[in-house]
Design a protein around this ligand. Structure first.
Ligand SMILES: CC(C)(COP(=O)(O)OP(=O)(O)OC[C@H]1O[C@@H](n2cnc3c(N)ncnc32)[C@H](O)[C@@H]1OP(=O)(O)O)[C@@H](O)C(=O)NCCC(=O)NCCSC(=O)C[C@H](O)C(=O)O
Ligand SMILES: [Mg+2]
Length: 294
């Protein structure tokens, strides 16, 4: 399986959180259509369950087959009672062969937060939860960290820090979402949007997926299996987008053959840069098809 560090070539449309303490959910996830799974030891696991969840998860990731789904483990922060034991357990488990594609660090506020985990666990790519006000302001230097491969927006914690209220348009989130997106793209990282808490509200989820997709996010983090299909569809190129990409490439190649630098498709100009986007659309569609075939 390709590594999580593949960046934009690998689909991350749907990234499902699973509490590391829930055996039934860990089992069920093997057959769910998620592009990636975040095996959570942090906020989804109660304090008294954390040691047992850590041991269960290390065992599951050593033995279970999650197919092509990217496997990301969210540890507790190093400033908590459990973070150092989480890192030690997964350093040992990975050295012994457990399949972990990335370690996700909560509440990353500075690059030093990444240094601290990087020093304790070699080789495995790191991902950062972007969910503190300081983290938003330091997004560029965090994204530049050499071990970082991905960012996950933590919009619940961010709303808590900002004191902002939920709004369907996510007005209060826009500055943070934009800063992190800019930072991730400047450094070639994968970046996925935050969760939609009302997991039975399909229309609300779809609207938020479409907003995140239109901003440029690779996908959305999810909390319930019922959210998977909506995110998978929203973040995949539609058939109309695939057809347009093909027509743009064909029209541009024809224009180039005639010595021209610009083509026109559906009344809009098509230049070199649009062809880069068109090829990315086709590559994404192919990567999704390959994922479904595996
Ligand atoms: C939200 C839930 C507590 C709902 O649980 P439940 O009432 O059990 O749901 P259902 O009965 O509808 O479940 C149906 C079946 O689906 C399985 N299931 C449920 N959730 C998951 C899941 N996340 N992954 C895999 N499978 C799941 C159930 O086991 C049922 O299976 P079956 O028995 O076969 O019918 C629950 O969904 C849940 O705990 N979700 C995860 C919550 C979570 O991870 N929260 C932390 C991440 S969010 C966060 O921290 C964001 C960030 O940090 C920020 O700051 O924003
Ligand atoms: Mg959080």
């Amino acid at each position: 399986m390709a590594a999580v560090t593949d960046g934009r070539a690998r689909p991350f449309r749907s990234v499902l959180y699973i509490p590391g303490s829930k055996e039934r959910a860990l089992e069920k996830a093997k057959d769910l259509p998620a592009d990636a799974i975040i095996f959570d030891l942090e906020d989804a696991v109660a304090a008294e369950e954390k040691p047992a969840a850590r041991a269960l998860l290390a065992q599951v990731l050593a033995e279970a087959d999650y197919g092509p789904r990217a496997r990301i483990v969210r540890i507790n922060g190093l400033d908590s009672d459990w973070g150092r034991d989480d890192v030690a357990a997964f350093a040992t488990a990975i050295a012994a062969g457990a399949k972990v594609d990335a370690i996700l660090i909560p509440k990353v506020s500075t690059p030093a937060d990444l240094d601290a985990v990087a020093a304790l666990i070699p080789d495995v790519p790191l991902w950062a939860m972007m969910e503190t006000a300081l983290g938003m302001l330091n997004a560029a230097s965090i994204a530049a960290h050499p071990r970082l491969a991905g960012m996950v927006m933590g919009t619940n914690d961010l709303a808590k820090e900002l004191g902002s209220r939920f709004r369907a348009d996510r007005l209060a989130m826009q500055a943070g979402l934009g800063l992190c997106l800019l930072a991730a793209r400047a450094h070639g990282l994968t970046i996925v949007d935050g969760v939609y808490n009302a997991f039975k509200d399909e229309a609300g989820l779809l609207a938020e997926c479409e907003q995140g997709r239109d901003m440029g996010f690779d996908g959305k983090t999810l909390i319930h299996p019922a959210q998977l299909d909506i995110a998978n569809t929203a973040f995949a190129p539609s058939q109309a987008e695939i057809d347009l990409a093909r027509r743009q490439i064909a029209a541009f190649e024809e224009a180039e053959a005639q010595g021209l630098g610009v083509a026109v498709v559906d009344g809009r100009i098509v230049e070199n840069l649009h062809i880069v986007t068109a090829r990315q659309t086709l590559a994404k569609a192919e990567a999704i098809a390959a994922l479904h075939a595996s």
